[in-house]
Structure formats: structure tokens, C-alpha cells
Design a protein around this ligand. Structure first.
Ligand SMILES: Cc1cc2nc3c(=O)[nH]c(=O)nc-3n(C[C@H](O)[C@H](O)[C@H](O)COP(=O)(O)OP(=O)(O)OC[C@H]3O[C@@H](n4cnc5c(N)ncnc54)[C@H](O)[C@@H]3O)c2cc1C
Length: 391
């Protein structure tokens, strides 16, 4: 019996996405990545498939699916191209937060358009001086009548240019002690693709090693006015709520890692059977077999950890431990598998003609996004020490 049974509906979604990736993504991803081009046509296809609305409740026009389906969708998309999952992730986290903390009016206003992908969301916590240490953010929202006035600079905003809605973590009470008690979430509406909009500037996209299919930007706020009704949840609860949503993000990053590693493994297994050295396919040399065995085993373990974390978070529970362990393990394993797959390709792995070169550049980001491996280990150890506390 399978440890994780999927419903027919879940299976149908995943097969549809797999088919889409085979037809529409794999044949063009390398080329688009090398040209640093945003995949407009693929994103339109994702909209047509209803992927932006996958977890939006049906009453708002979405698919009403759970986090497990979302995670497995992330695996399939990342097997094709990791950037596609990045295009969806911040959007899903915004949907998650809106479903959980949004007022009826806020849900009505945004979820319908988010379900179709007409409105896309970014999520912005990090700043030039604060990444891992989220409580060190300085972006300030000052109440002024029925508005907040936002000032500050945000860094590393995935989908920062094309998003029409930004989940913004900011300080509404800078004197709060500890600082997290003075942090809130504002839903900032902006003009998608505009470099300048009512006190929000989007500087030129940050140039990156990989992950070229999705833009990453700074966002500069100068006296940008946000209606007070755009506060999400309660003032002073922003840090708590965003950390909850980050667990969804960590499940997504784990899924991306499994998808990327699956592709690297497939590429290595294929190449090993085609490439000959010393009179036989390299797959028949024991040291290559050892690599494949280790890669395949670690990949399977990572897949199981992903499913475990997705299942727990899907059930609506806080899952710091499971999401942290999955994020840490899946991304480290992905990095190892991609590196080993590159070695299996020999010199050709270093050429842009082979997909493994793209995967090799994408993988390191997974060790950093949604909290670095070091931060995951802190989260994991804290939870374990709590669980096994000596009285
Ligand atoms: C391509 C890309 C896209 C991103 N997208 C987004 C996004 O959409 N929204 C968003 O808000 N952020 C985003 N980020 C930011 C990302 O979340 C941060 O980069 C990450 O959290 C690390 O923060 P930092 O870069 O400031 O590193 P730092 O926090 O400065 O860390 C530097 C090093 O110190 C280590 N370190 C820090 N604290 C400790 C500690 N207590 N103990 C041990 N080691 C420690 C870290 O693990 C790391 O190795 C993105 C980043 C990238 C690269």
C-alpha cells in the first residue's frame, strides 16, 4: 500500500501538469533561460490550466485544492523549469494568508482575480540589511487618518515587477519590544509592470546566476499611501502570520528541490547509458553506478519528506519541524544530486548545450530562499529540544 494515497482528482491535476510540462516547457526552457526571457506563453498556459487558482476556494472561482496538490504541482513544474514554480509560490502564499486572515471584503476584492492569474501576488519581507533576521526589518508604515504611509526599501522581491498585489511585512510600531510585536502585513496594490507607481519604485531587475524565468527586484517605498482597510489580519500580528505562511513556502521550496533533482537524476541516468568510455557505456562502470544508486535513494527519501510535510501543513497544522526538515533535507539533497549529475556528464555538463548546466545554476538558490539551511537547522533544533525536553 502506498504511504501517501492521492485522490483521483489530485492525480488528474498532476498528470495534466506533467503533460503540460512535457509539451510546453521542457522543449523551450533551456533556451528561454539562456535568453533571460520571461515565459509569457507558458504563464498564459498556466493561467489556462487554472494553476494560479489551484488553492483558491471554489466560491472565488478557484480549484479549491489542498497543499499536497500544490506541492506535487510544484514538483512537476520544477522538473521542467524551476522558475515556473517561483512565479506561483509567492502568489500561493498570498492566497494562503488571504484565506486565513482576510476579511470578506478583502477576499471578494482580490481572490477572484487571483484565481485567474489576472492579478498576481508577490510577498516581501527581506530588506538590504535584513534577510534571515526578519525582526531587523526597517520598512515603516505610519498611520495617517484612514491610510498608512509606507517608507523603506525591500530587497529580493520575487515577481516584484509583474505583481499587482504585494504582501508587505512592515513595522507599524518601531518601539515594540520584542520587535516582532510591532510588525504588520499590508496588502499593497500597484500597477503591474510599472517601474514607478504612486511612491513605489521598482529598480532594474536584480541580475542572478540562475532562476532567469522570474524577475527578482527591489521595491522602494517613498510616502506610498495604503488604505487602512488593506491591513491583513491584526496590527502587530504580521510576524506571526507571515511565519505561518513561510511554512507553505518551505513546502514549495522542498517540492521545487524534488522536481529539480528528479530532472537532474533523469538526465544523468540517460547520459550514463549513452556515453561510452573505456569501451562501454559509463553506466556500466561501478563508480557511476554508485553515484546513480546514491542519487536515486536520496531522491526517494527527499520525496517522502516532502509528502510528509505537505500532508501535515495541508491538515492546517503548524509544521515548523516537518516543513523545516523537508526544506533542509530536500534542498541539500537536490544540490548534491545536481552536482553528481553534472559530474556524470563530464565536460559536457559544463556546456550550455546540456540541461544539467541550467539545473546546476538553479539549485543553490533553494539552499537560501524561504530561510537558509543554517536557519532551518536552528528551527529544527529548537523544535527537537522542546519535544525531548529533560524535566
Ligand atoms: C533569488 C532570490 C529570491 C528571493 N525572493 C524573496 C521574496 O520573494 N521575498 C522575500 O521576502 N525574500 C526573498 N529572498 C530573500 C531570501 O529569503 C534571503 O536571501 C534569505 O532569507 C537569506 O537572507 P540574507 O540573504 O539576508 O542572508 P543573511 O541573513 O545575511 O545570511 C548570510 C549567511 O549567514 C547565515 N546566518 C544568518 N543568521 C545566522 C544564525 N543565526 N546562525 C547561523 N548562521 C546564520 C545564513 O545562513 C547565511 O549563510 C530571495 C532571495 C533570493 C536570492
Amino acid at each position: 500500500m502506498a504511504l501517501f494515497e492521492l485522490t483521483e482528482e489530485q492525480q488528474a491535476v498532476i498528470e495534466t501538469v506533467r503533460d503540460f510540462v512535457e509539451r510546453e516547457v521542457i522543449p523551450v526552457a533551456d533556451d528561454l533561460e539562456h535568453r533571460d526571457e520571461f515565459p509569457e506563453k507558458i504563464v498564459q498556459g498556466m493561467k489556462d490550466l487554472g494553476l494560479f487558482g489551484l488553492t483558491v476556494p471554489e466560491e472565488y472561482g478557484g480549484g479549491g485544492m489542498d497543499l499536497m496538490t500544490y506541492a506535487l504541482t510544484g514538483v512537476e513544474l520544477s522538473r521542467g523549469w524551476m522558475s515556473l514554480s517561483g512565479i506561483l509560490n509567492t502568489h500561493f502564499m498570498a492566497v494562503y494568508l488571504l484565506k486565513k486572515h482576510g476579511s470578506d471584503e478583502q477576499k471578494q476584492r482580490w481572490l477572484h482575480r487571483m484565481a485567474t492569474g489576472e492579478l498576481r501576488a508577490a510577498l516581501s519581507m527581506s530588506e538590504p540589511g535584513a534577510g534571515s533576521d526578519v525582526q531587523a526589518i526597517e520598512c515603516r508604515a505610519t498611520r495617517d487618518g484612514d491610510h498608512y504611509v509606507v517608507n523603506g526599501t525591500k530587497m529580493w522581491v520575487t515577481n516584484g515587477l509583474r505583481a499587482g498585489l504585494v504582501v508587505l511585512l512592515c513595522k507599524t510600531d518601531p518601539s515594540a519590544d520584542p520587535p516582532y510585536k510591532g510588525m504588520s502585513i499590508l496588502m499593497v496594490e500597484k500597477e503591474p509592470e510599472a517601474r514607478s507607481f504612486e511612491g513605489i519604485t521598482v529598480p532594474p531587475n536584480i541580475e542572478k546566476m540562475g532562476y532567469h524565468g522570474v524577475e527578482t527586484t527591489e521595491l522602494v517605498f517613498e510616502d506610498h499611501r495604503v488604505p487602512a482597510e488593506n491591513l491583513l489580519g491584526e496590527e502587530g500580528r504580521g510576524f506571526h502570520d507571515i511565519m505561518d505562511a513561510i511554512e507553505v513556502g518551505r513546502v514549495n521550496v522542498s517540492a521545487r528541490a524534488v522536481g529539480l533533482a528528479t530532472r537532474a537524476f533523469e538526465e544523468a541516468v540517460r547520459y550514463a547509458q549513452q556515453r561510452k568510455a573505456f569501451g562501454k557505456p559509463i553506466a556500466q562502470h561501478q563508480m557511476i553506478q554508485e553515484k546513480l544508486a546514491e542519487m536515486g535513494t536520496k531522491l526517494e527519501a527527499a520525496r517522502l519528506m516532502l509528502l510528509q510535510a505537505a500532508k501535515k501543513k495541508s491538515a492546517g497544522e503548524r509544521s515548523d519541524l516537518e516543513a523545516g526538515m523537508a526544506k533542509y533535507f530536500c534542498t541539500e539533497v537536490c544540490h548534491e544530486i545536481v552536482t553528481e549529475a553534472l559530474r556524470v556528464h563530464g565536460g559536457y555538463g559544463y556546456s550550455t548545450e546540456y540541461t544539467i548546466e541550467r539545473l546546476y545554476r538553479d539549485a543553490p538558490f533553494l539552499l537560501i530562499g524561504e530561510g537558509t539551511s543554517e536557519i532551518q537547522k536552528i528551527v529544527i533544533a529548537r523544535q527537537l529540544l522542546e519535544r525531548y525536553r529533560v524535566q
